[in-house]
Ligand binder design. Structure first.
Ligand code: PMP
Length: 447
């Protein structure tokens, strides 16, 4: 008899939705332990509302790509396909396009880094570099040191690999070397394994502060003495508002620092081109990790970025971005100065995208967010930037995306919300809402 392939019920193969559901539940029960650290933020839903046009978002960390010559970029991409299509649309090497790696070295020279293309690995944004470095160094329970507050996307990665993040205190001049030394000493004395220090020394996300020159030397010395690798994340380094770019940590310690860079803020995040510059042995491991993750990065976007760097005045474009962001920073700082109620304090960034604001005692930024969105302004609560969910008296305000007038209007609305909160606290005492449940990842456009 001829065998026939029959399907009795194409939608659920004879199972009821209930059994179907419990089967999924059983799969979900089998998630790896590391998946438990991957939690969506409670505030994600609010941000969906916050992206409505009537809301002034001081939350997002999105570069203002509209300032790019988009027509030129369009022509360049078309030209790339026409002239080098078979190469651009083919797999590439795990380490990245050799010509682009040379160009990356030229970019890094602006920060005093003298490196060879052989030690560069091109990654899918610097976010992937962060992932790879954590993947090759961190076992569950290992310690990663990071500024407090620190970049939410890095905390998400560390949590995904089950690292234990220990925050190091910072002030207006960046990471405090004494706190770093004391923390390392205490952890090592109790036999704990520190895998690396993760730091954003220049125009930090979220605090907007910059590690001063004396401290740069001290941080490197402390880590060298303690045998701790430094991971320097520097996506904003070329977006300073005054003078020449600062010297990167990597420039003064090629063996002790893994440097992460990105074209997301100096060109466009949509290309997803970042990189890691690492001492030779680490670089080799990074390439293997890269290949196991994605085989090879997109040749197409690497060549597009390479073409842009080779044919366009990219230094001028960075200057355009710097001027634009400076104007927006000034709009934000000016509005905060005139409108914020007494007791609020904030940092004064000399570059990058972010201001870190501290609220008067008793206020809780996360608890305040629904009211703020109601009044059509959004920010990111400070709790997103600490692995332990502290930081509720803080908020991150970004000035990279809205126009100056919108920024001023946003601050006016926010000041109104804070004043109202202050009155409530005066009448009823401290607001306690806004608890914590894992790393408070708000999503990529807000990172
Ligand atoms: N590091 C920091 C400090 C960032 O702010 C960001 C983006 N917000 C990244 C890394 C990741 O950037 P990308 O992957 O786009 O290079």
């Amino acid at each position: 008899m001829k065998r026939r392939w029959t399907v009795t019920n194409e939608t659920d193969h004879g199972r009821t939705p209930a059994t179907h559901g419990s089967r999924i539940d059983a799969y979900v029960d089998r998630y790896a332990a590391r998946a438990t650290g991957m939690v969506a933020s409670e505030i994600r839903a609010l941000f969906a509302v916050a992206s409505r046009p009537e809301v002034v978002s001081l939350a997002g960390g999105m570069p203002y790509v509209t300032a790019l010559p988009l027509d030129v970029v369009g022509e360049l991409v078309a030209d790339l396909v026409n002239r080098r299509g078979p190469e651009a649309l083919q797999y590439g090497s795990g380490q990245g396009d050799p010509a682009l790696r040379e160009q990356i070295c030229e970019v890094m020279r602006m920060e005093g880094i003298d490196a060879g293309a052989d030690d560069v690995v091109v990654t899918v944004g610097s976010q992937q570099a962060l992932d790879l470095i954590t993947r090759i160094f961190v076992d569950p329970g290992d310690i990663v040191l990071a500024e407090g507050p620190s970049y939410v996307g890095a905390l998400g990665t560390f949590s995904a690999y089950q690292a234990k993040v220990v925050h190091i205190a910072m002030d207006d001049q960046g990471l405090i070397p004494e706190s770093l030394a004391q923390t390392i000493y205490a952890l090592q004395a109790s036999g704990q394994r520190i895998k690396f220090l993760y730091t954003i020394p220049t125009f930090q996300n979220p605090a907007g502060v910059t590690l001063n020159l004396v401290r740069r030397r001290q941080v490197l010395e402390i880590c060298q003495r303690a045998g701790i690798l430094v991971v320097e994340d520097n996506p904003y380094g070329l977006l300073g508002f005054d003078g020449e770019p600062l010297r990167a940590l990597r420039a003064d310690d090629p063996d002790g620092v893994v440097y992460l860079g990105s074209f997301s803020k100096t060109l466009a995040p949509g290309f997803r081109v970042g990189w890691a510059l690492a001492p030779h042995a680490i670089r080799q491991k990074l390439v293997l990790a890269m290949e196991s993750a994605v085989l090879s990065h997109s040749t197409f976007t690497q060549l597009a970025v390479g073409q842009y760097l080779a044919t366009q005045p990219w230094r001028e474009q960075i200057k355009t971005f710097r001027e634009l962001y400076r104007e927006r920073r000034d709009a934000l700082l000016g509005a905060l100065e005139t409108l914020m109620p007494e007791g609020c304090t904030w940092t004064k960034p000399a570059g990058g995208f972010f201001v870190w604001m501290t609220l008067p005692e008793g206020l809780n930024s996360k608890a305040m967010l629904p009211q703020a969105v109601d009044k059509r302004v959004a920010f990111v609560p400070g709790t997103g930037f600490y692995a332990d969910g502290s930081g509720s008296r803080h908020m991150r305000l970004s000035y990279c995306y809205p126009q100056p007038d919108r920024i001023r209007e946003g601050v006016r609305r926010l000041a109104g919300v804070i004043e109202e909160e202050l009155r409530t606290v005066e009448m009823f005492g401290t607001r306690s809402r806004g608890g914590h449940s894992g790393v408070d990842t708000p999503g990529p456009d807000l990172a």
